[in-house]
Design a protein around this ligand. Structure first.
Ligand SMILES: Cc1ncc(C[n+]2csc(CCOP(=O)(O)OP(=O)(O)O)c2C)c(N)n1
Length: 339
C-alpha cells in the first residue's frame, strides 16, 4: 500500500510527493540495482572473468528506468552497445545477464552475445546491438509489425548521440512518420561518441530538434532525473497507442565512466567528471525521497543490502556456470526457417 494519498492532479516532476511513494521507491531501487550490477561487472572485467568489450552505463540509469516504467511489459525494446541498464530495466534476470558477460552457457544469449549482444524475447527485449544505429532500425520494424498485426504494443529504441548521426536514424524517423508507427526513439545524449564531443559532431544544438524535420514531437528531458524521463515516456506511449504516432525523446545525460573499460579518457578532465557526478541521478532521487519523509537511513541501508545480495548472487552464479559446449559452436549461425 502507498503511504501517501493519491492526488487527482497529474504528477509534477518537480514534486516527488505528487507521485505514489511506492512507485518512486521502486524507481530508486531499480536504479540502484543497475548501478551495483555495473560496478560488479567492472570488477569482474578487471579480474579477467568477462569476455569481450564492456561499456558501462553508469550515469544512464534514470533513462532506462524512467522509460521502462512508462512502458508495458509486452512492449518491444532495442538498445545499443551500452545496454546493461536497458536489459536490467526491461526485466531480464541478473544472473543470466552476468553469465552472458562471462560467455557462459547460462547467459541470456547462451554465452554467444556477450555484453553488447543480449536479447530476451520473453521480456520483449529484441536485443542490444554493437552496430551503432542498428537499434533504431530494429525498433522501427517492430513498431511496424505491431501496427500491421493490430497489436496494442509499442516499440522503443535506445541509442546514443553518435547513433543519432547515422543514416538509420533519419531513415527510421522518416519511415515512422509516413507510416504512422507506434515508435518511441530515446536518444541517450551523454555528450560523447567514444572521444568525439557531441558539439563537434552534431549540426543542431539539441538532437530533439530533428523531430520537426519528420513531423515528430521532440522532447528534451533531464536524463539524470528519472521522474522527468518517466513523464515524457508516458506521454510518448500514450501518443503511440492513441494516435499511432512516433516521438523522439532526447535525454541529456552524462557517462560517469570511460567509453569502455580501459578508456584513458584523454578527451575530458577528471575535474569535469567529478563536477558532473554531483548530479548523480540516484542521489538526486534519494534526497528527494528523504525530503518527502519517505526514506530514512535504515530503509536506504536495507535497500542497498538487498541489491548487493542480489548482484553478489548473480556474480556467484555466473562464475560457477559452465562454458558452452564447443560442439554447439555453429548452432544458431544459420536459420532453418524460410519465409
Ligand atoms: C556502425 C558502427 N560504426 C562504428 C562503431 C564503433 N563504435 C562503437 S561505439 C561508438 C560510439 C557510439 O557513440 P554513441 O552512439 O553516442 O553512444 P555512447 O557510446 O556514447 O553511449 C562507435 C563509433 C560501431 N560499433 N558501429
Amino acid at each position: 500500500m502507498s503511504t501517501n494519498t493519491q492526488s487527482a492532479q497529474l504528477p509534477n516532476k518537480h514534486d516527488v510527493r505528487s507521485f505514489d511513494s511506492e512507485f518512486v521507491l521502486d524507481l530508486l531501487k531499480e536504479m540502484l540495482r543497475i548501478r551495483e550490477f555495473e560496478l560488479r561487472a567492472e570488477e569482474q572485467t578487471l579480474a579477467g572473468n568477462v569476455v569481450g568489450g564492456v561499456h558501462l552505463a553508469i550515469g544512464h540509469e534514470a533513462v532506462a528506468v524512467g522509460v521502462m516504467k512508462a512502458l508495458k511489459s509486452e512492449d518491444y525494446v532495442t538498445g545499443p552497445h551500452r545496454g546493461h541498464h536497458i536489459v536490467i530495466a526491461k526485466g531480464s534476470d541478473m544472473k543470466n545477464i552476468m553469465a552472458e558477460l562471462m560467455g557462459k552457457a547460462t547467459g541470456l544469449s547462451g554465452g554467444r552475445g556477450g555484453s553488447m549482444h543480449m536479447a530476451d524475447v520473453e521480456t520483449g527485449l529484441l536485443g542490444v546491438n554493437g552496430i551503432v544505429g542498428a537499434s533504431i532500425v530494429v525498433a522501427t520494424g517492430a513498431a511496424f509489425s505491431a501496427k500491421y498485426l493490430g497489436q496494442d504494443r509499442v516499440a522503443a529504441a535506445f541509442f546514443g548521440d553518435g547513433g543519432a548521426n547515422k543514416g538509420q536514424f533519419h531513415e527510421s524517423l522518416n519511415m515512422a512518420s509516413i507510416l504512422d508507427l507506434p515508435a518511441i526513439y530515446v536518444c541517450e545524449n551523454n555528450e560523447f561518441a567514444v572521444e568525439t564531443a557531441v558539439s563537434y559532431s552534431t549540426g543542431v544544438d539539441h538532437i530533439a530538434e530533428r523531430g520537426s524535420s519528420y513531423r515528430i514531437p521532440g522532447i528534451i528531458v533531464d536524463g539524470l532525473d528519472v521522474l522527468d524521463v518517466y513523464l515524457a515516456a508516458k506521454e510518448a506511449r500514450l501518443r503511440a497507442v492513441q494516435e499511432s504516432r512516433p516521438t523522439l525523446i532526447e535525454a541529456k545525460t552524462y557517462r560517469f565512466k570511460g567509453h569502455s573499460i580501459g578508456d584513458k579518457e584523454n578527451y575530458r578532465t577528471k575535474e569535469e567528471v567529478q563536477e558532473r557526478m554531483k548530479s548523480d541521478p540516484i542521489f538526486k532521487l534519494k534526497h528527494q525521497l528523504e525530503d518527502a519523509g519517505w526514506l530514512n537511513e535504515e530503509q536506504w541501508n536495507e535497500m542497498k543490502l538487498d541489491v548487493e545480495n542480489e548482484v553478489a548472487a548473480a556474480v556467484d552464479f555466473a562464475l560457477r556456470s559452465p562454458l558452452p559446449d564447443a560442439a554447439t559452436a555453429l548452432r544458431h549461425v544459420y536459420s532453418k526457417e524460410v519465409f
